[in-house]
Design a protein around this ligand. Structure first.
Ligand SMILES: [Zn+2]
Length: 307
């Protein structure tokens, strides 16, 4: 068996670490907070310490590893492995030289890519889109993350920043202000944060996605109507993207994506009904599979494709 890839998935609240084999299986993993002291310790310092601890716990030496694959939140210049934008405020994250610090610490080759792009890539390697060449992946959460695979290649653009689907401006003229500085970005309407914000205005006890879907499962009319409207916002973006990229499959990720009857199926109906007929032919809409491991698996695949 070839050497495993040391994978690090850096999010806004936690860092996940894992060893991933060349088939996409996560053979060991751990997780640590990066926000434990309100970010007084810079995220990258926490990541380096967590990486050293993880490897010593695994009794793994750098020589036992193929290299390091990183999935990171924010806009990542994947040619240099540096964070060049955060689209919000994550203290100390802008300009973080991820690749350089890890290379210096471990003496291994390092690749870095955006977390939502990694999710899309990981799912095509070892998840819900194996065998597909044209895939749109969206992660519904605090924001809307996205990735696009077209003709078998990850769409990265000139610097690796491509696929930032959540900041498509769908309501630009009269839209809600977004953390990125613009107005009317898709994620202000299609994220779980947006759903929760509207649900709380209906009922203060609806404080998270789980409670909202629970109320919908109990057939609460006002919640069902809200959910339907929220899914129309999600569908609106995905219909436009389908016309742009003609995907074979659209993957829905994030904590709410396990809601087959209340989310995946009605969303599939809305998208198929909203696109031009030729685009609907054979179009699949399904839940992502890798969930918590999507970033690690995608980072490993990105590493294998680029090393
Ligand atoms: Zn935005």
């Amino acid at each position: 068996m070839s050497k495993p890839i040391f994978c690090i998935d850096i999010g806004g609240t936690a860092v996940k670490l894992g060893l991933v084999d060349d088939k996409g299986a996560v053979v060991a993993h751990a997780e640590q907070s990066v926000s434990f002291d309100g970010y007084r310790t810079p995220i990258l310092d926490t990541v380096l310490r967590a990486a050293e601890e993880f490897l010593s716990h695994q009794q793994a030496m750098p020589a036992d590893l193929a290299g390091i694959g990183v999935s990171a939140t924010g806009q990542v210049d994947c040619r240099r492995g540096v964070v060049v934008g955060t689209g919000g405020n994550l203290p100390g994250w802008l300009d973080a030289p991820i690749a350089q610090r890890l290379r210096e610490a471990f003496g291994l080759p390092v690749t870095v890519a955006n977390d939502a792009n990694c999710m899309c890539l990981g799912e095509t390697w070892a998840g819900a889109a194996v065998g597909y060449t044209d895939v749109i992946g969206v992660t519904l959460g605090t924001g809307v993350g996205g990735g696009v695979l077209t003709g078998g290649r990850l769409l990265e653009g000139a610097r690796g920043l491509g696929g930032e689907l959540g900041h498509m401006m769908l309501h630009a003229r009269d839209g809600i202000a977004c953390g990125c500085g613009q107005r009317g970005c898709w994620e202000r309407y299609a994220s779980v944060t947006a759903l929760v914000g509207r649900a709380r205005a209906l009922d203060a006890s609806l404080t998270d996605g789980r409670r909202i879907f629970q109320a919908a499962a109990e057939q609460r009319e006002d919640v069902l109507a809200l959910l339907d409207d929220w899914m129309s916002e999600i569908a609106e973006g995905l219909i436009g993207l389908t016309h742009l990229f003609n995907p074979q499959v659209i993957l829905i990720g994030g904590g709410v994506s396990g809601q087959q009857k209340l989310l995946i199926e009605p969303l599939r109906d809305k998208i198929r009904a909203g696109v031009m007929p030729a685009f609907a032919k054979g179009l699949e809409v399904r839940a992502a599979q890798l969930q918590n491991h999507a970033g690690l698996v995608g980072a490993a695949y990105y590493f294998l494709l680029h090393m």
